[in-house]
Design a protein around this ligand. Structure first.
Ligand code: ADP
Ligand code: MG
Length: 360
């Protein structure tokens, strides 16, 4: 009997070691370039109110550019103004790689390959890996193959024109992330399908630019990529950057909430950003991958606080599409991600740790 007991203890110990190994080894061997749910980055909203800092060895410098269909602002306390110019040039370089409208870009080649496999950059592979992970976590509410549907909408011209309903229904049938194959840096997309990185690329690029600036020795900076805001450190006096969350009913630049930023990302997706009103309905750029139509739910915007701006970007769109209840469940299931849901009736719902980011 004694022998059996000993055996039992030894077997239990071995089992414990095996279980622990199964849990920890995959984490250890995970490559650092993996862009699943554990990468570092943060993002914010349409409005950035940067309060001047009283103490710094270097002057505050700002570089403004227009890329990725939006105004990009990089502000940093740096000695050498060339650093910001180089960072802005990097934004342009990433745009050339990831934008589906740039002929010869990775996205363009995937969309024009007629179903043949395409070799893409590590950057594109990283973005697609993250996109696929979020699609799976959200039951397809996020879908990077939204292209056939999103290209039927024009939210830029300022004209309120609806796409043909049959054409949109047909396009929505071509939206299905499960048919996008990703094998290392080889991508295969069936002919007729189209990727659109509009909900994720800006975040990825913001992360890369932050990394670039830190690599050049920058310690205090705030970057704004349209709805994504990302901080590096604090202001030089040690106080947090302040980032506004757009008031859903007011002109661009007016905040409903103000958040603190000490080096994270805040990203907002909202119905006021790109869209038009027609017959009392708000048509906007956050689409249901299942129908191709703008998602009509109780929400006006979702803001995500996270380390990774890529994750924040993708998750702001995802949480919006899911709605407050399901979106909140998803956010609560993810480590280090917080969300603020603002409903059309101005009701605010915070995830469990989101209020720590809010100043007022
Ligand atoms: P913004 O571009 O204003 O920052 P988002 O990050 O929320 O806004 O992304 C919206 C864009 O993402 C749309 O313009 C479209 O290109 C794409 N998109 C829309 N709906 C979805 C969806 N359900 N899944 C993935 N991408 C989407
Ligand atoms: Mg987004």
């Amino acid at each position: 009997m004694k022998m059996n007991k000993k055996k039992l203890i030894v077997s239990a110990a071995i089992l414990l070691v095996i279980v622990a190994a199964l849990i920890f080894i995959p984490k250890l061997i995970k490559p650092s370039t993996d862009t699943g749910f554990e990468e570092e980055s943060v993002s914010v909203t349409d409005t950035v109110s940067i309060v001047e800092s009283p103490r710094s060895d270097f002057p505050k410098r700002t570089e403004v550019g227009f890329y990725l269909d939006t105004v990009i602002t990089i502000s940093a306390y740096v000695d050498d103004p060339q650093i910001l110019k180089d960072a802005m040039a990097e934004v342009g370089r990433y745009e050339q790689l990831l934008s589906r409208t740039v002929e010869g870009s990775d996205a363009w080649r995937i969309n024009h390959a007629g179903g043949e496999p395409v070799e893409v950059s590590e950057d594109m592979a990283a973005v697609l890996r993250c996109a696929q992970a979020i699609s799976e976590r959200s039951g397809g509410a996020f879908d990077v193959t939204i292209g056939p549907a999103s290209t039927l909408w024009d939210f830029k011209s300022g004209e309120a024109v609806l796409p043909d309903a049959d054409a949109l229904a047909g396009a929505a049938r071509q939206v299905d992330y499960t048919r996008l194959q990703l094998d290392g840096t080889t991508v295969t997309l069936p002919a007729g399908m189209m990727i659109d990185l509009g909900a994720i690329a800006k975040g990825y690029i913001a992360d890369r630019i932050r990394e670039y600036l830190v690599g050049r020795g920058v310690e205090h900076a705030i970057l704004s990529f349209g709805g994504n805001v990302i901080g590096i450190g604090t202001k030089p006096d040690g106080s947090p950057w302040k980032v506004g969350i757009q008031d859903i009913d007011k002109p661009t630049g007016e905040s409903m909430l103000v958040s603190r930023n000490t080096g994270t990302s805040a990203v907002t997706s909202g119905i006021y950003e790109r869209g038009f009103d027609l017959d009392g309905v708000r048509y906007h750029h956050l689409l249901s991958p299942f129908t191709g139509w703008p998602v009509q739910n109780e929400l006006a915007s979702v803001t995500i606080f996270s380390d990774s701006s890529m994750l924040g970007d993708a998750l702001s769109t995802t949480a919006f599409v899911l709605g407050t209840e399901e979106g909140l469940k998803l956010i609560e299931s993810l480590d280090g991600i917080e969300a603020v849901f603002i409903a059309r009736d101005r009701t605010i719902t915070y995830s469990s740790g989101a209020e720590e980011y809010i100043i007022k």
